[in-house]
Design a protein around this ligand. Structure first.
Ligand code: NAP
Length: 372
């Protein structure tokens, strides 16, 4: 059976009902309970680590795709008898992606470069777009993969200045704040086009992911809170009024698993959360920690100037900046979304920002990264 007819066959199977224990159940329900062999790219990252734990808890066997240089400290220990194995490679290296995909039923493709700036900007495209292309190519060359869950981003829909967008919004692609936004937009389009050609791919689009976990380039909220509580961020960022959609990491991991179980191929699902400004974030944490709220607003042009200096410093030291001019451009826009579709179809239940921040602060304190 070729790939296309195999896909149609799977689609047909899903709508066949059968009686189990007196209850009518679709094969899709059955698939939901079935233990799958899952390839997870980006497993060593902030979201990937959390997703790996969640997949194992759901009874799946996980093949974590990691690099030789990856820090694996947030993954379960391999010696604990867990259904976890490692596959070494790089998403830009097709043979390693193909080898890792071989024998898997599902691919969660979460690997990406998540930064606002890099000294070599071409990396955004080669990793974030090229990596997805390699996964899609491997899908075509293997015959076991039934579903791909691609971690897209709110960035792929574009900014929402003054309104709340849903999954129908397509990025205008006329202007990008940074190369990361551009790469995620291109990759999202490729995922949707692949679905039109019959690839069973579901795109999930988280908002700004926050919560306890690895402090990487992707865990921006934790990094900002560390700066704030250590006196290195004396005020609100700009007038602080632009809204972002904040997604708690555990909710996003759960949303990915629901996308495997219930997500319709070719669909996008916004795994976003409460739409709030960074001013609200700083105010809520001040209330939780019983500390003073910021008393000034740092103008964005000053932060951009600081960002240029930070980038210059990083060019010399080889480090990556927390604040960069492209990150400041992002702050000049609003990124507010509705996750009603994911709530309806995936039973996605995002927690409130207050609930999420209630978790992250004690965790940062326990690590000794902040004091209050
Ligand atoms: N963080 C957010 O706010 C946010 C919001 C929306 C969407 N997303 C999306 O969610 C996904 C996960 O983000 P995250 O926050 O967890 O980022 P992260 O913590 O920076 O993790 C990125 C992961 O990708 C891996 N990776 C990077 N380049 C790779 C390469 N060339 N080959 C193989 N693996 C590579 C990293 O491996 P190493 O450990 O070896 O570096 C790491 O495991 C990304 O697709 C991102 O675009 C994130």
């Amino acid at each position: 059976m070729d790939k296309c007819s195999s896909h149609l066959f799977h689609l047909k199977l899903r709508f066949i009902h059968r009686k189990v224990g007196g209850k009518s159940e679709t094969l899709e329900d059955n698939q939901r309970r079935r233990s799958m062999k899952v390839l997870l790219t980006g497993a060593s990252g902030f979201l990937g680590g959390r997703l790996c734990h969640a997949l194992l808890r759901h009874g799946h066997s996980v093949r974590a795709f990691v690099r030789r240089t990856s820090d694996l400290s947030f993954l379960p220990s391999l010696s604990d008898g867990v259904a976890l194995e490692l596959a070494y490679g790089d998403v830009m290296d097709y043979p390693s992606v193909l080898a890792a995909c071989t024998g898997c039923n599902v691919v969660f493709h979460a690997a990406a470069i998540v930064e606002s700036w890099l000294p070599d900007l071409s990396k955004f495209e080669s990793v974030n777009v090229g990596g997805l292309k390699n996964v899609l190519r491997a899908y075509k060359e293997t015959d076991t993969i039934e579903k791909i869950i691609y971690t897209s981003s709110f960035f792929a829909l574009g900014s929402t200045d003054g309104y709340i967008a849903d999954e129908n919004q397509m990025h205008s692609a006329k202007f990008f704040c940074n190369e990361y936004e551009k790469s995620k937009t291109i990759a999202d389009k490729i995922a949707l086009e692949a679905a039109k050609e019959g690839v069973p791919i579901v795109a999930v689009c988280p908002g700004v992911i926050y919560g306890p976990g690895k402090i990487t380039g992707g865990n921006v909220v934790a990094r900002l809170l560390v700066e704030r509580f250590n006196g290195r961020m004396p005020g609100y960022l700009g007038d602080g009024s632009e809204r972002f959609s904040f997604s708690y990491v555990e909710d996003v991991a759960g949303g990915h698993i629901s996308a495997l179980e219930k997500g319709r191929p070719g669909e996008r699902y916004l795994l976003t959360g409460e739409n709030a400004s960074f001013m609200q974030v700083f105010d809520i944490v001040a209330t939780i920690a019983n500390t003073k709220k910021p008393s000034l607003n740092i103008p964005l042009f000053l932060i951009a100037f600081y960002g240029w200096l930070y980038v210059l410093f990083c060019r010399i030291t080889g480090k990556l900046p927390l604040i960069s001019p492209p990150a400041v451009l992002v702050m000049r826009h609003e990124w507010a979304y509705s996750c009603e579709k994911a709530k309806r179809e995936l039973n996605y239940k995002p927690r409130s920002l207050r609930e999420g921040l209630d978790e992250i602060l004690p965790w940062l304190k326990k690590l000794g990264l902040i004091k209050y």
